[in-house]
Design a protein around this ligand. Sequence first.
Ligand code: NAY
Length: 289
Amino acid sequence: MKKLYSALMTAFNEDDSINEQGIREMVRYNIDVNKIDGLYVGGSTGESFMLSTEERKLVYKIAYEETAGKVDLIAQVGSVNLQEAKELAKYAVALGYKTISAVPPFYYHFTFDQIKNYYDQILAGLDTQLIIYSIPALSGVTLSLDEFAKLFENPKVIGVKYTNNDFLLLQRIRAAFPEKVIYFGTDEMLISALPLGIDGAIGSTFNLNAKRAKAEIAAFEAGDIKQAFALQDVSNDCILDLIANDIYPSLKLVFEEMGVHAGCSRAPMSKPTPEMRAGAKKIYQQYFA
Ligand code: NAY
């Protein structure tokens, strides 16, 4: 069975400080209700590039404590600052994380050699495994098949979290590297990635929508393609409504409707407006009540 991971969110208070209890509640919901296979901690959905190094460590620690070994954990340690990425990787591994992940260094249009050196340096001396976090739309870094091949030469690099809608490249990676893991990261296109042999998916919307996504995967694996598409259609209505309502704060607002105190997002993300609250209530009633 393919695995489903939620991209863990970071709960914030109104004053933008971290809301530790909110993070714990979201972890618990993912384990107890969603029966999730794992959590991707410190990614885009976690608003991690707006956190300080110490805050990023705190989130790894909370997730690690709260899961208590019940589900897989992946710590996203990537940063434009290699020293920070190395420090975070060391910290997560020392805490007990078995797998780390890292977005390529971004913003400065680094060369591929610089990117490869970044990954090698993060991994040097650490007894761990790493999943490349490929998200060209946000990082601005697009890796080619040959470049993936070069990164995969490091045996500690076990695969990729593929948040990219280039299905030809996905198919080429799958064919060339059957032994590497591929987790797909565009929730609204899950149905299109399933036949390409992905090992699972990691996404923000699975925090709320894991049951439907799992049912879709089960239908796909049982050969009931019509049912799998029907489930994706409902998920897509939901995901597009979330996006239209400002996705990260809205995921948290829908959590609130479920009784999970997920807090809000950190500025410059929006704080909830009355319209967003009304939109989230509608999304809850339509897809989750
Ligand atoms: C991350 O690091 O949190 C992810 O990449 C999770 C993948 C999500 N991508 C982003 C940019 O948030 O779940 C997706 C995405 O929110 C979803 O498909 C809606 O577009």
